[in-house]
Design a protein around this ligand. Structure first.
Ligand SMILES: [Ca+2]
Length: 134
């Protein structure tokens, strides 16, 4: 559905241009990620709006956090948030302890936090997985 709303028939018929993992304008940002953040997949938004890492303090402890923007009216998208110590074993990351922010433009800003403070880990990875519903 997102491709129909975003690209013309001629664009959709051009191989390698309008698929979710394609990069329509060759800016290094794949179409689905740009769309998922609430932008036209033809545009080049500030990459930091798509996602960036932060260190946030809570009750005297520092936590690894990913801040990202997501489209609110996209029923065709599934967001998954994970954390890992080794990028092999994964577990859910915390997506609810920091309230999301309604940006008032059809997008929300979400904060995905590691489940334990940085002081309790040797290393940690927090990631976002975005997929299209069939
Ligand atoms: Ca792009």
């Amino acid at each position: 559905m997102w491709e129909l709303n975003t690209f013309s028939l001629e664009e959709r018929n051009t191989p390698g241009l309008t698929g979710p993992d394609d990069d329509f304008n060759s800016d290094g940002l794949i179409n689905l990620r740009v769309y998922g953040a609430g932008f036209d997949a033809r545009s080049t938004p500030d990459p930091s709006l798509l996602s960036h890492h932060l260190i946030l303090e809570d009750a005297g402890q520092d936590y690894l956090v990913i801040q990202h923007q997501r489209r609110t009216n996209a029923n065709d998208l599934t967001w998954t948030y994970e954390r890992s110590d080794d990028l092999v074993t994964r577990e859910p990351a915390d997506s609810s302890s920091i309230p999301k922010v309604d940006n008032g433009d059809g997008t929300e800003t979400w904060f995905i936090r590691d489940t334990l403070p940085m002081s309790s880990r040797n290393r940690s990875f927090v990631g976002i997985r975005l997929s299209l519903l069939p």
